[in-house]
Design a protein around this ligand. Structure first.
Ligand code: GL2
Length: 841
């Protein structure tokens, strides 16, 4: 290391290196010091936000020291690292997680109480880090937690958006988007103004032969934008490992606006250059499962890939190894196709900059990369226009063409007579304009491709990537079923349940080895245990009811069945099926006498989720839910029997309140459309049951916990195609009960007949692509079964406990270990020694 302290002076460093607080008194000393000096506040103006800031800074100090040591340890160990490239990291709040992972939450709780604060209020001050849309981004966050908790030498690479996913407000039943500026005070990031990379755009390619007769390719001119690293510590649970998440921020390469322009009076244009550079990392694209081909998005992707690759290569070069050893030191996981340009960028670095032969370079590239596919929805598969790439990244387009040529030549040699195959698998689609098929490029550039649940991994092999299975053989395509971190999604979100489980199992070891939950099963007959279990669920429901009252003004009965569907709003996820089911239930209630109504099971149906700002159908679904809620919640005939709630601004921290309070949650996508789903796992792990289709991870959840513990309904994925065909060519009729629902909507009962008519039309006139009508009867019958089952609370609790006991498989720790073994070929770092040192001090 160049600027390191000479050996004989290191003693002083070691002596004075801070060790961080462990006791309550030390914690209080730290927090007061930070509030008075770092924040320049005092006990006379210390509000909850200041208390949060002081607490965060105190914990941050502890993390930094472990973080520094982890980075040193990983450098000295000099073993293979995994780099997880993701355009989204949906981290949520950091403080509670840091307190629990470090294991000092109780110390903080007592310390804060001494200083006049309730820890919950302090935790609630934190702004969510919402650099993601939905499941894909949250999966990346769970993976970071698991990689750190399992001591893997791992880095995340992403973008430091100035604006995360927008905040959602509901006005008159409509979604309104508010910008999410979240960086006012963010103690969890460290600007590394000394870690920068210059990234080039536009320009042209100069090919020539140098004096020694060597072919030189040089990408010239264009525009330079600087990437600045911002590092975020990622603490593991119960381990000294603190990994790094590196997020890039863009700024003008001069760092300032152009002074010559400025001095000659061209103020606007001087500032415009600077703003254009900063725009690259300004905002997260708010689409989930949808790609729109915008130039700024491509710029984001390249900016982030180029900076990350430069950084990774720079780190590798410090080890002075041969290039052939690159794949023994570096594994790069592509989280969806968003980072696929990294494949091209590494090839460019190796060939143009480092002078390797094309094929030698390409072997290194394909051994380094692997790709995770997260969707089969055609509208979500990235295709970039060739002219757009030509203009923005002229050298990369040449490399893509060269990769394609050599790939197609191999295919032709293997399948000489199949001309159509070549057209089908070409990286270039011969459309107007031509496009680059990013998923195909990712497959060709990787040694392994995985889907995220069994059904999904089978589907990609038999549908969108079928030809590639023929070409590469089946072993390149594998399944790694998603998982979730039990630290955040059980221990942090549901501390009382976690504590109850620990009291039965004898320790919190299950948070590190979730399969230990199976030891709960013998307790299903333990009356006292079941009582406590039910009490905890009830308390969580009371808490959610309070949140509902505060945010919507509607009072709900916590004894009612809480039925929850929270996720991005999407036609394929079928919130419309749910709300039509609600209207069906409303009609049923209205048709009964008041005596008969007394026999019904009261229900609260809760929705939450954001619609992409440009997705009109999704926004109309939100509007319908809100309007239906207005009518039902104010109908005196209904009372407590049915309430319909739309919770504003669903995000990670709200999920932590909602999920533990659910009795039933809905995972009701059209079979074959939801690649995995991950909230299904979170709900079951928190003692809720699910209603679901045979889709994504629902299938594996059912296999693990038993069919008797899941409410399955609907058509199978293998029948979807025929059903769709039948909508157009068969003797097709809308389900008669659903028709009654449509009639009520059309009568104007919920207002806005015009736009709600479009929701109906999608089903009655435009082919019902998502099979809402086909599944309606099965759905409502299953809901009736849920009502019946919920009446027997003892049986219900048995199902919940049994299910939790069998959820061990769905930890992201299992998932990360599978990636490490079957794709990355990396080992965890031994931290036993470090743990001992810590135990002594
Ligand atoms: C998604 C899938 O839709 C979802 O089913 C899956 O659980 C996650 C994580 O693998 O990935 N794919 C996708 O594009 N988004 C997802 O959430 N946005």
């Amino acid at each position: 290391v160049e600027s390191s302290i000479p050996e004989h002076m290191r003693e002083a460093w070691r002596k004075y290196s801070p060790s961080g607080f462990t006791t309550k008194d030390q914690f209080e000393t730290e927090i007061v010091r930070h509030i008075e000096t770092t924040l320049a506040r005092s006990l006379f103006n210390c509000d909850e936000l200041a208390a949060y800031s002081g607490t965060a800074l105190a914990f941050r100090d502890r993390l930094i020291m472990d973080w520094n040591k982890t980075q040193q340890r990983q450098t000295f160990a000099d073993q293979k690292r995994i780099y997880y490239l993701s355009l989204e990291f949906l981290m949520g709040r950091a403080l509670d997680n840091a307190m629990l992972n470090v294991g000092l939450k109780n110390v903080a709780k007592e310390g804060l109480a001494d200083l006049g604060f309730r820890i919950e209020d302090v935790i609630n001050q934190e702004h969510d880090a919402a650099l993601g849309n939905g499941g894909l981004g949250r999966l990346a966050a769970c993976f970071l937690d698991s990689m750190a908790s399992l001591n893997y030498p791992a880095w995340g690479y992403g973008l430091r958006y100035r604006y995360g996913i927008f905040k959602q407000e509901i006005e008159n039943g409509y979604q309104v988007e508010i910008p999410d500026y979240w960086l006012d005070f963010n103690p969890w990031e460290f600007a590394r103004h000394d870690v920068t990379v210059d990234v080039q755009f536009y320009g042209w390619v100069n090919k020539y032969t140098d004096d020694e007769g060597k072919q030189i390719v040089s990408w010239q001119d264009g525009e330079i934008v600087t990437a600045v690293a911002y590092d975020v510590p990622v603490p593991g649970y119960g381990t000294p490992t603190v990994n790094n998440l590196r997020l890039w921020s863009s700024k003008a390469s001069s760092g300032e606006f152009d002074f010559s322009k400025f001095n000659s009076g061209e103020y606007e244009s001087a500032v415009a250059d600077q703003q254009r550079a900063e725009t690259i990392s300004a905002v997260l694209y708010p689409n989930d499962n949808l790609e729109r081909g915008k130039e700024l998005r491509l710029k984001q992707q390249y900016f982030w890939c180029a900076a990350s690759l430069f950084d990774i290569v720079r780190r590798f070069k410090k080890t002075n190894r041969k290039w052939s050893e690159f794949p023994d030191q570096v594994a790069i996981q592509l989280n969806d196709t968003h980072p696929t340009l990294a494949v091209v960028e590494l090839q460019r670095i190796l060939v143009d900059k480092e002078g390797l032969e094309w094929q030698t370079a390409w072997d290194i590239v394909t051994k380094t990369f692997s790709y995770t596919n997260h969707t089969v929805l055609p509208e979500a598969l990235e295709k970039w226009s060739v002219p757009l790439i030509q203009n923005l990244l002229p050298r990369h387009l040449q490399i893509i063409y060269e990769i394609n040529l050599s790939f197609l030549q191999t295919v032709e040699r293997r399948f000489p007579k199949d001309r159509e195959l070549l057209g089908r698998v070409s990286l270039i689609e011969e459309s107007q304009p031509k496009t680059v098929r990013m998923a195909y490029l990712a497959i060709v550039g990787s040694h392994k491709v995985n889907g995220v649940a069994e059904l999904h991994s089978d589907l990609i092999k038999t549908t969108i990537f079928k030809d590639f299975v023929r070409i590469y053989g089946p072993d390149k395509f594998i399944n790694v079923t998603n998982g979730i971190t039990p630290r955040r999604w059980l221990h942090q979100a549901n501390p009382r349940l976690s504590e109850l489980i620990a009291s039965k199992l004898g320790s919190y070891e299950f948070l590190k080895d979730l399969t230990l939950l199976n030891k709960l099963e013998p307790f299903v007959d333990d009356k006292e245990f079941k009582k406590e279990w039910a009490e905890i669920k009830y308390a969580n429901k009371v808490r959610l009811a309070q949140h509902i009252l505060k945010t919507t003004g509607v009072s709900v009965n916590p004894k009612a069945l809480f039925d929850v569907q929270v996720k991005r709003i999407h036609e394929y996820k079928r919130q419309q099926l749910n709300v039509f089911g609600v209207i069906h239930r409303y009609l049923a209630i209205k048709s009964l006498s008041s005596e008969e109504r007394k026999k019904l099971a009261p229900r609260v149906t809760i929705f939450g989720g954001k619609a992409a700002p440009g997705y009109w159908m999704a926004k109309t679904i939100i509007h319908l839910i809100n309007k239906v809620g207005e009518v039902i919640n104010n109908d005196p005939d209904v009372g407590d029997l049915l309430k319909v709630i739309f919770l504003e601004d669903y995000n990670v921290s709200k999920a932590e309140i909602i999920i533990p309070a659910s009795d039933i949650s809905e995972h009701i996508s059209t079979a074959g459309t939801e690649a995995s789903g991950t909230s299904n796992m979170k709900f079951v792990l928190n003692g809720g049951l699910i209603i679901g289709t045979l889709d994504g991870a629902n299938i594996e959840i059912t296999r693990e916990i038993g069919e008797q513990n899941v409410f399955l309904f609907g058509n199978l994925s293998e029948d979807v195609e025929d059903l769709r065909h039948n909508h157009f060519y068969g003797d097709y009729q809308v389900d008669p009960e659903l028709q009654k629902v449509f009639d009520l909507i059309k009568s104007g009962k919920f207002g806005d007949e015009g736009s709600f008519g479009a929701l109906i039309g999608a089903i009655t006139e435009h082919g019902d692509y998502y099979l809402v009508s086909d599944d309606f009867n099965s759905y409502t019958k299953t809901q009736d079964l849920i009502d019946e089952t919920f009446k027997n609370q003892d049986e219900w609790v048995t199902k919940c406990i049994t299910s939790v006991a069998r959820m061990g498989f769905f930890t992201s720790d299992r998932c990360i270990n599978e990636y490490a073994d079957t794709i990355w070929n990396i080992e965890p770092l031994d931290v036993a020694e470090e743990k001992q040192v810590r135990a002594r001090t």
